[in-house]
Design a binder for this molecule. Structure first.
Ligand code: KIV
Length: 276
């Protein structure tokens, strides 16, 4: 299993490959595929819980799903999101992060934000909890951002993002997720900080990539511009279930090989006894 210092040391060596996961099967598949880091993201809210945003996701949800993921992928580095409004100050953040670390056996937590969350980052790292940052398009700020929009498109916004990234890196985060920003900005940040940058919708000049499991494998009904489906699971699953339905309607499932049998002798014996 990759450790936080090893993840940091990969910068400049090779890209790290991250995927989100939310349950046992997804975790098993991720581990069997040799993925470096599983992120139990609060995208759980949309992919699995049926919400429109990440805002309703709770610590309880994260604990429930991250525990499943850990059971499915005991050998893979697992980072778990602290969801919306669960790290407003140091004591609350510490309480919630410790709960996640102890109950799910996570290897670290991810938080959205820059300068404003530095005291929280310091408090967690002081308690030996590896922290991953998240800058750019931060879905927990959907309401203040005014929608899922590409960020850091003006000189002043780029300045702010770079200052945040530098500060997070200087305070010892293990990596920073850069979401929904122009590729040049992501490359500049990557070249000017020590922490590895993990991109999602941030182009290819970063230190690693993360994708949402459902986008990566073609399970999502629609895809953002930056995602590539490396498989087409939604269609495969629909075709599979349609074939199953047809086979049942046409009495071709189950066939003889898919059926348990009893010897004729035992059966006749039963019928004889039953009649009597
Ligand atoms: O919640 C999540 O899955 C994330 C990734 C999109 C980076 O934060």
């Amino acid at each position: 299993m990759l450790t936080a210092p090893e993840l940091h040391a990969l910068k400049g060596q090779r890209p790290s490959v991250w995927i989100t996961a939310y349950d046992v099967v997804q975790a098993q598949v991720a581990e069997e595929s040799g993925i470096d880091v599983i992120l139990v993201g609060d995208s759980l809210g949309m992919t699995t819980l049926g919400y429109d945003t990440t805002i309703p996701v709770t610590i309880r949800d994260m604990v429930h799903h991250a525990t499943m993921v850990r059971r499915g992928a005991p050998q893979t580095m697992m980072i778990v999101d602290l969801p919306f409004a669960t790290y407003p100050n140091e004591p609350t953040a510490l309480k919630n992060a410790v709960r996640i670390m102890q109950t799910t056996l996570a290897n670290g937590v991810k938080l959205e934000g820059g300068h404003d969350i530095i005291p929280v980052v310091d408090a967690l790292i002081k308690e030996k909890i590896p922290v991953v940052g998240h800058l750019g398009l931060t879905p927990q700020s959907i309401h203040t951002m005014g929608g899922y929009k590409v960020q850091a498109k003006t000189a002043s916004a780029i300045d702010r993002l770079i200052a945040d990234a530098r500060e997070l890196s200087a305070h010892g985060v293990s990596a920073i997720v850069l979401e929904g920003i122009p590729d040049r900005v992501a490359e500049f940040v990557t070249d000017h900080i020590e922490a590895p940058t993990i991109g999602i919708g941030a182009g290819s000049h970063v230190d690693g990539q993360v994708l949402v499991f459902h986008d990566c494998l073609g399970l999502s009904p629609s895809l953002p511009k930056f995602a590539r489906p490396f498989a087409h699971m939604r269609n495969n699953m629909i075709h599979g279930l349609q074939d199953y339905r047809d086979a049942v309607l046409h009495h071709s499932f189950p066939n003889d090989a898919e059926t348990y049998h009893i010897s004729t002798r035992e059966w006749e014996h039963f019928l004889q006894e039953y009649k009597n």
